[in-house]
Ligand binder design. Sequence first.
Ligand code: GTP
Ligand code: SPV
Ligand code: MN
Length: 648
Amino acid sequence: MPPEFARSLSDSHCGRQAASQFAKARSQPSFCLPPRLSRGLSAVGALPPQVRQFVEQSAATCRPDKVHVCDGSAEENRRLLELLQQQGTAQPLPKYSNCWLARTDPADVARVEGRTFVCTPRMRDAVPAGGAASGQLGNWMSPEDMRAAVSQRLPGCMAGRTMYVIPFSMGPLGSPLAKIGVELTDSPYVACSMRVMTHVSAAVLEALASGEQFVRCLHSVGRPAQPRASARRGWPCDPERTIILHKPDSNEIVSYGSGYGGNSLLGKKCLALRLGSCMARREGWLAEHMLILGITTPAGRKRYVAAAFPSACGKTNLAMMQPSLPGYKVECVGDDIAWMRFDEQGRLRAINPERGFFGVAPGTSSSTNPNAMRTIFSNTLFTNVAATSDGGVFWEGLESELPEGVAVTDWLGQPWERGSGRPAAHPNSRFCTPAEQCPIIDPVWQAPEGVPIDAILFGGRRPEGVPLVYEALSWRHGVFVGAAMRSEATAAAEHKGKVIMHDPFAMRPFFGYNFGQYLAHWCSMERRGGSKMPKIFHVNWFRKDSQGRFLWPGYGENCRVLDWVLRRVEGEDIALGSAVGLLPKPGSLRLDGLRETPDLQQLFSLPKSFWAQEVEDIGRYFEQQVGEDLPGEISEELQALRQRIAQM
Ligand code: GTP
Ligand code: SPV
Ligand code: MN
């Protein structure tokens, strides 16, 4: 229990009871330590004092039956998986090597943005002046309300379960860019997933023993007040009371009620993005929802690109792409999160703080993402995909790869037939797989100093009006382009339908502080990089024709856009001004070898009425959601765009 909640809880009846029960429990041998750890650190008592305090206080409140300190070993993982099987959470997939399928409760399938809060003394520190406490740019809660929310949910929530203590590093341990966290969770599924997604090891505890700071991450799948009629055995959760709380001032996360993805793997969105963005602001760097890829040109020049697309909009696919243009090579550094900092030479350098991919399964196939397909069939934990009678997996997009005569069981465990109209896999079903298994993982993906970034892409699902690619006119204009991002809603969170949502920097669900201040922070980066600033671009693989068909083939063909981007970075004269930014000069986008010539006229057209509406929508959004926290530079960019569009 973080000190602050412990105080409030020990004041309460529950808290006193919890503390005395824990004192009783402590006299029994309730701590179970993996053999490797038990040699050096013989009990929870041997944990570094600040970790021990966190564990003891949390255990006093949550009252688990046992505490297990994880060492991240293969043996420990094997035992955890066995337990998942016994509990009915996961089943082995005999068709592959050490692969598992977990099925969640159907009420716990995605991030819950409406129940995710940033807790600061002043509302304005968390959300901009324009918005309400629950605006479109995040939800704020006061520390008092956070304490109340915690004390209504946590006491006794782990009874009958084991609390796993997971020491983890985001980024290679010892990198100046890395951060340490300790997650306490009552979910063995989370323990297994964290081992894939982060660096879990006893060495992290050793680093903490020498006084390193860490983020306190407390997670419970929860315990509903009333048993739920529709509850799935093997996937405890409390959807009605799910809540995800972040306290940037003290680097604390409390997540209750959900076992799924970003709600429960607290190193990912909670630490690396929400608290990460706050640390980044304090320390002068950037924590972003971005992939990082390396690309080598036929001439042998290698550069790195970072790209921010909203959830389920193509980061994993671009990060692992197999380029269709001969002579190009793409290598993957990361598929979801980038931590970036200007070095002493003014070069922006990025690390991927994660160690695995938690990627969207549907749509992944040998034709769309062959490198993902070469990654995910060993040591992978699949969640909510469909199962096949030959011991394998299936999802939408794999139809042509499904062996003859094989029966399919859908993500709910029901028999499934093609053409039934129901999806076999949940649209937000995912694979959790070690990054090092990716055949095109970059040789320096773990380099402690990170890789130098030459271009930043922003993009989203824009069926209408937005061209395939354009270049920002300056860093400041690029920041505006990021701020003005919009995209069709996806299944990664609770939003329904295909509405076009504002999703600035692909960070809307992940800002840890006031978005207006975030924009000012981005603008200020120009002082750090000077002449070495990366160029900024906007891309859109998702424009459709009047029949609703994609105008651009996407996937491996996106390297044609990267080719144009890299040539712009080299300073080639292949761009032409337009109202929205610089477009490729006619003939400069390579189309050689494409099976079908795309309709470039439609792909690049800038309908004046569309853009007039767009600029008004963006203006209204800024006014209503950001208000007076909008930096002057960004309102000037909006005004300049408005004028350029008026003159179209
Ligand atoms: P998160 O992990 O949620 O942050 O998502 P992500 O941005 O990594 O998304 P991902 O790459 O997994 O893509 C999600 C969906 O978009 C998949 O179903 C893909 O098949 C589809 N997709 C990705 N790239 C393209 C593309 O170039 N064109 C088209 N049409 N679809 C794409
Ligand atoms: C996203 O939604 O952007 C994800 C998946 O990457 S989750 O980890 O669930 O947030
Ligand atoms: Mn993501």
